[in-house]
Design a protein around this ligand. Structure first.
Ligand code: NAI
Ligand code: MG
Length: 379
């Protein structure tokens, strides 16, 4: 029987739809080559819709999106819309309502891509940042007393539930077990003693269940030194929401920038679809010109294929991207010298001509090959 996947496509604003259609091109090419079907539905949400009738997202949209196996997401944000309406009102709401409690960001230097860290080689830079995606400092819990007065007090609380912390830690151990068997907790346990202890204890408990995984701990401030200088020290890095936001941007820089930084928002409970998106935003400054680099979106599409259970297709897309980048390293950066569509065509053509072609050594141990093993069956 042919596997068939329903894919919700939410291109969003600015360059979102431009890069998403190139990601879709790669996904559909891979589907044809590897013999599965992708049934897509487009969702017109974002700035245009908001400006037309004030609609951001409602329960009916969420129910409709929930019916899909996965969501391919572009980006949201538009200078015509007040900040926060789309970012908080749509993206954060979606991640929360669809229980996408884990954010996965591969930090991988592809051959040929120039890292700002001089002398860094692909062999030394291949790690995964696993970020708690639903709580911590990002729940908006807190209060302001005496706002506008000289004695004003702002309280911003970090919310950490044992359930979410255990989930992200367990997921990270299972991921590490399928890779180089090395897990690093990144936190600030010496100062954030309550949340820190909850993470440290969850790691200790999980470590007992995964004795084959080597465990390491690094404070988040020290991480900002170690990650650029010795990324080879890390394989799977598990961290909370705020620290993950910060160190994954650092990771994106080390791996060559926003042009190649991909991500997955994972629902690990089987209660809803996961969502795959480039790390970059809607880039209104270059929207509509055909200049946007689609590599990060294409790699995010590959993460989606991996999660859905098409690891060969996912790896083939990643290899196609890597081979195109090796030939044309400028395609890792913002000033590509080629149009968005042309780059998408190059990747799709590479996929067609070398579909099953294996990785060079630097590409073994890809997250694309192991992700499907961590996905619970959908009810
Ligand atoms: P941004 O990532 O959109 O752009 C930052 C800079 O990088 C810009 O100069 C842009 O032209 C460039 N850039 C980004 N992606 C590129 C690509 N694929 N190819 C070539 N150049 C690229 O971040 P910025 O400017 O801070 O935010 C713009 C809007 O996007 C805002 O409304 C922000 O809230 C939103 N945003 C949305 C995200 C999401 O939907 N998940 C994530 C980040 C920002
Ligand atoms: Mg960010």
């Amino acid at each position: 029987m042919t596997n068939s996947y329903s894919l919700a496509v939410l291109g969003g604003d600015g360059i979102g739809p431009e890069v998403t259609s190139e990601a879709l091109k790669a996904v559909l090419a891979a589907a044809e080559i590897f013999g599965f079907e992708v049934d897509r539905t487009d969702f017109a949400l974002g700035a245009d819709r908001f400006l037309e009738d004030g609609h951001v997202i409602d329960e009916a949209d969420i129910a409709e999106l929930s019916k899909h196996d996965a969501i391919l997401f572009g980006a949201l944000g538009d200078p015509r819309v007040p900040p926060g309406v789309l970012e908080r009102g749509l993206i954060l709401r979606l991640r929360s309502r669809l229980r996408q409690s884990i954010n996965l960001r591969p930090v991988r230097l592809y051959p040929g891509v120039r890292s700002p860290m001089r002398d860094l080689t692909p062999e030394r830079c291949n790690l995964l940042i696993v970020r708690e995606n639903s709580e911590g400092m990002y729940t908006s819990e807190g209060s302001t007393l005496w706002r506008g007065e000289n004695r004003a007090v702002a309280l911003q609380e970090s919310v950490n539930t044992l359930e979410a912390v255990s989930n992200v830690v367990d997921f990270s151990f299972r991921l590490a077990e399928r890779r180089r068997k090395k897990l690093t907790l990144c936190h600030k346990t010496n100062v954030l003693v309550h949340a820190g202890a909850m993470y440290a204890e969850a790691v200790e408990r999980a470590a007992a269940e995964h004795p084959d995984v080597e465990v390491d701990y690094v404070h988040v401030d020290a991480m900002c030194q170690h990650l650029p200088l010795t990324p080879e020290r890390f394989d799977v890095v598990v961290t909370d929401n705020l620290f993950g936001d910060i160190i994954s941007d650092l990771g994106a820089t080390i791996q060559g920038g926003l042009g190649v930084a991909s991500s997955a928002n994972l629902n690990i409970t089987a209660s809803g679809p996961s969502m795959f998106e480039a790390v970059h935003g809607s880039a209104p400054d270059i929207a509509g010109r055909g200049w946007a680099n689609p590599m990060a979106a294409i790699l995010s599409g590959a993460l989606g294929l991996a999660w859905l259970g098409e690891p060969d297709a996912a790896m083939a897309v990643e290899h196609a991207v890597a081979r195109v980048l090796t030939r044309l390293p400028a395609l890792a950066g913002p000033a590509m010298g080629h149009s968005t569509e042309k780059v998408g065509d190059l990747v799709a053509a590479e996929l067609q001509t070398h579909p099953g072609e294996g990785p060079d050594d630097a590409l073994t141990g890809s997250v694309m090959g192991v992700l499907h093993g961590l996905r619970p069956a959908r009810a």
